[in-house]
Design a protein around this ligand. Structure first.
Ligand code: GCB
Length: 666
C-alpha cells in the first residue's frame, strides 16, 4: 500500500475512534400522555388480552414479514399460526427449543370489535404496558406505532385507523435482538453450526432475554379534549399533620388548542373512607397546590401501624360554560423524602432499607404479567418483613407499582441499563430516554423513593465519568425530589461514577464469586468495602446485592457451596457486618440477591437458572427465608418499633426461665 494511503487509513481509523469517544449531552425525545388506563364518567377501557395468533420469522430473514407485508392480511395467510397468550413471554410457552432461543422478529395478530358508540365525539387510544424489545404495530394494515425499549409502556391514538361497529385487526411485530446500542446491550453474531450458520444472541447480563408482549394491551377512549398529563409532588409539614400536593395538569385536544384560557380543573381529594377532604379549582394554568389538614401520611410497611395510606385525587377538566370535559382519578400518598450525606428520611424519620433485588420471572410465563404471581410475591414480601425492593434490572409492571403504593413497600426504581459498557452517543441517548420514560411513568408513585440509573455499569472504563455525569444530571433534571443511585460492582478504587450519585449502592458476592466457600472472609470485607465507598464519596451507602446460589433441598453440614446451610451462613456473616455498619449512620440498607430463583441464559455456572433466591421459582421458602424473616422483623422492631408476628420463633422448650451461655442470655 502506498504510504499516503496507509496514513489515510490510519488517520480515518483514529478519527473514527476519537469520534466514538466524544459523547455530548443532547436533548432526547420526551414521552407524552400514557396515564394508566382507568375508566371514568368520560373514559372507557377495553382489554385486548387473551390468546393471539403467532408466527415466527426465519432468523436469517427477519425483515421478510415487512417486505411481504404480513400486516396486510391475517397472519394465517402468510404462515401457519400457533396460539400465543398475551400477556406472556413467548419463549417457554411451547416445547420448541427454536422458539425458546429465537433471535429476531416474531409476529402476533388478533381481531377485535369496536362498538359503534365509540365513533362519536371521542378519541380511541391503543396502549401497550410493555413489549420486549422493539415493537411495530399495525391496525387494519396501517402503521400505528413503533416503540423501542422493553418494560415501558407506549401508546398512540388510533381513532382514525379503526372501523366502528365492525371487526378490526391488530398486528404486532416484536424484535428481541439486542446490540451495542440497545438498553440493555447485547451482541448478535453469525456462527457456523452443524448444518450451516446460525444467529447467536449473546449478552453479559444474568437473566434470560425473555421477549414478547409482556404486559396488557388496552384500547381506551378519551373525550376530544382530555387530560393528557398529571404530575404531582407531595410534602408534609407541621409534624406531618398538614399535607401539600403540588399538581400540574396538561390538556390536549380541540378545546385545548382553541380556548386554552377557558379551561380549568376542579380537584377533589377523598380520604380512604371516601370522605371528600379538599375541593378546589385551578386557574387557566392548570396547576397549583392542595392543602390537606389532618393529613394521613404515607408510611412504609412496618414503619407505622397504618402503612400505605392513599387518598384518591379526582381531576375534573372543565371547559367554557363550566362544561365537564374529562375526569381522571389518581391515588396519592402524602409523604416527604429528604436525604443528606449521612441519611435518608421519610416524613422526617430515618429509613433503614431491608429488602431484595428481584426479577419479574416465573415458570411458563417468563416476564409476562400475572396477577396471581404478583399478589403472592407481595404476600411473601410482607411475610418476610421486608420494606423495600429494587426493580432490578428494569421497570416492573405498573400494576405492581400500584400494589407497592397500597402496601407501603418502598421501591428503588431501576431503568433497563445493565452491565453498561462501550459508552457511545447512541447508547447515551437511549439510556437517557429509558430514564425519561421511566420517570414519566412512575413519578406519581409514593412507593418510588429512589431512581437507579444502572446496574453494574463498567464504571472504570474510559468515558464512564462523562457518561454518568450526563445520565445522573439528566435524571435529576427530570425529578429532583428523589435521590439518584446506581448498583455498582466496579471496585471502589476504579469507579468513576459514584461522585454523580446521591446514594452509593454496591453489589458484592463475598464467599461466592470471591473467596468461594470462605465464611471467614465475609464480615470484615463487607465492613471494609462499605466504609471505603463512604470515605471516597461521603454519601450514604447501601449493600444492594449479596447472596449465594442454593439448590433447594440440598443439605450439607458443615455448610458447603450450593447447600441451604451455606446460604443461611452467608447471610448470617453479612448480618454481622451490617450490624457493625448500622452504627455508622451512613449505612442505610441491605438488599439480598435475590427474592426468588430465576431463569438465565444457558451456562455451566447456572443449574436451570440463577438459584440465589430466598424463595424458589415456585415461590416457596428455602431455609434461609426463615432466617431472613427473623432478621427483618427484628430490625423492624429495633428501628421502627413494629410488632412481631406470633409465629416468628418456633417454640422449643420451656426451661422455666432463661437459658444461659457463656456470653449471656440466649
Ligand atoms: C450481579 C448482578 C445480577 C446477577 C448476580 C449473580 O452482580 O447484578 O444481575 O444475577 O450478580 O447472581 O451473579
Amino acid at each position: 500500500m502506498a504510504l499516503w494511503l496507509s496514513s489515510l487509513v490510519i488517520g480515518l481509523y483514529i478519527l473514527n475512534f476519537t469520534l466514538a469517544l466524544i459523547i455530548v449531552n443532547k436533548d432526547v425525545k420526551t414521552s407524552r400522555g400514557m396515564l394508566y388506563p382507568r375508566e371514568s364518567e368520560t373514559r372507557e377501557v377495553r382489554s385486548l388480552d387473551g390468546i393471539w395468533n403467532f408466527v415466527c420469522s426465519d432468523e436469517t430473514n427477519p425483515t421478510q414479514g415487512i417486505r411481504d407485508k404480513w400486516f396486510d392480511d391475517d397472519l394465517s395467510k402468510s404462515r401457519p399460526i400457533i396460539p400465543m397468550p398475551v400477556p406472556a413471554s413467548y419463549n417457554d410457552i411451547t416445547t420448541e427449543r427454536s422458539l425458546r432461543d429465537h433471535v429476531g422478529t416474531v409476529w402476533y395478530d388478533r381481531k377485535f370489535f369496536v362498538p359503534r358508540s365509540w365513533e362519536k365525539d371521542q378519541r380511541v387510544w391503543l396502549r401497550f404496558g410493555s413489549v420486549h424489545y422493539e415493537a411495530f404495530v399495525w391496525i387494519n394494515g396501517e402503521s400505528a406505532v413503533k416503540h423501542e425499549m422493553g418494560h415501558l409502556p407506549f401508546e398512540t391514538e388510533v381513532t382514525h385507523l379503526l372501523k366502528y361497529g365492525a371487526e378490526n385487526r391488530i398486528t404486532v411485530m416484536c424484535d428481541n435482538a439486542l446490540i451495542q446500542t440497545t438498553v440493555p446491550q447485547g451482541k448478535i453474531s453469525e456462527v457456523a453450526n452443524d448444518g450451516g450458520v446460525t444467529i447467536i444472541q449473546s449478552y453479559t447480563f444474568d437473566f434470560f432475554n425473555y421477549a414478547g408482549i409482556h404486559r396488557s394491551v388496552h384500547l381506551y377512549t378519551t373525550p376530544k379534549t382530555f387530560i393528557e398529563e398529571v404530575e404531582i409532588q407531595t410534602k408534609l409539614s407541621d409534624n406531618n399533620s398538614v399535607g401539600y400536593i403540588d399538581y400540574s395538569v396538561a390538556v390536549n385536544g380541540t378545546a385545548a388548542n382553541e380556548a386554552e384560557n377557558a379551561l380549568y380543573v376542579r380537584l377533589k381529594l377523598y380520604n380512604r373512607e371516601g370522605v371528600q377532604v379538599v375541593n378546589t379549582t385551578s386557574d387557566g394554568k392548570l396547576e397549583g397546590t392542595l392543602k390537606v389538614s389532618n393529613a394521613m401520611p404515607w408510611w412504609p410497611y412496618l414503619m407505622h401501624s397504618d402503612p400505605g395510606y392513599l387518598y384518591e385525587l379526582e381531576i375534573q377538566l372543565h371547559g367554557a360554560n363550566e362544561q365537564l370535559l374529562d375526569v381522571y382519578r389518581l391515588k396519592v400518598g402524602l409523604r416527604t423524602l429528604s436525604w443528606s450525606n449521612t441519611t435518608f428520611q421519610i416524613n422526617g424519620k430515618p429509613v433503614y432499607f431491608r429488602g431484595f433485588g428481584r426479577h419479574e420471572d416465573s415458570d411458563v410465563r417468563g416476564k409476562g404479567l400475572d396477577n396471581a404471581l404478583m399478589v403472592r410475591d407481595f404476600n411473601l414480601i410482607k411475610w418476610i418483613g421486608a420494606n423495600a425492593y429494587r426493580t432490578s434490572h428494569y421497570p416492573y409492571s405498573e400494576e405492581s407499582m400500584q400494589f407497592a403504593d397500597q402496601h407501603g413497600i418502598m421501591i428503588i426504581d431501576e431503568c433497563p441499563s445493565v452491565d453498561t459498557e462501550n459508552y457511545n452517543q447512541a447508547l447515551l441517548d437511549k439510556h437517557k430516554s429509558s430514564l425519561e420514560q421511566l420517570i414519566h411513568r412512575d413519578r406519581n408513585h409514593p412507593s418510588v423513593v429512589m431512581w437507579s440509573i444502572a446496574n453494574e455499569p463498567r464504571t472504570g472504563q474510559l468515558n464512564a465519568d462523562t457518561y454518568f455525569q450526563f445520565v445522573a444530571n439528566y435524571t435529576r433534571s427530570l425529578d429532583s425530589s428523589r435521590p439518584v443511585t446506581a448498583a455498582i460492582a466496579t471496585p471502589w478504587t476504579d469507579d468513576k461514577a459514584g461522585r454523580y450519585l446521591d446514594i452509593i449502592s454496591f453489589n458484592r458476592y463475598n464467599a461466592w464469586y470471591s473467596n468461594t466457600g470462605r465464611m471467614d472472609m465475609v464480615t470484615q470485607r463487607v465492613i471494609d468495602e462499605a466504609t471505603a465507598w463512604n470515605k471516597k464519596y461521603g454519601k450514604p451507602v447501601i449493600m444492594s446485592e449479596y447472596g449465594a446460589d442454593t439448590l433447594e433441598g440440598l443439605h450439607l453440614q458443615p455448610s458447603f457451596v450450593w447447600s441451604e446451610e451455606f446460604q443461611s451462613e452467608v447471610f448470617s456473616r453479612h448480618f454481622k457486618a451490617f450490624d457493625a455498619l448500622r452504627r455508622k449512620k451512613w449505612f442505610i440498607g441491605e438488599f439480598v440477591w435475590n427474592f426468588a430463583d430465576f431463569k438465565t441464559a444457558q451456562s455451566y455456572t447456572r443449574v436451570g437458572g440463577n438459584k440465589k433466591g430466598v424463595f424458589t421459582r415456585a415461590r416457596q421458602p428455602k431455609a434461609a427465608a426463615h432466617l431472613l424473616r427473623q432478621r427483618y422483623f427484628a430490625l423492624g422492631r429495633e428501628v421502627d418499633q413494629c410488632s412481631l408476628p406470633e409465629d416468628l420463633f418456633t417454640y422449643i422448650v420451656d426451661v422455666g426461665g432463661s437459658i444461659k451461655n457463656e456470653s449471656g442470655d440466649l
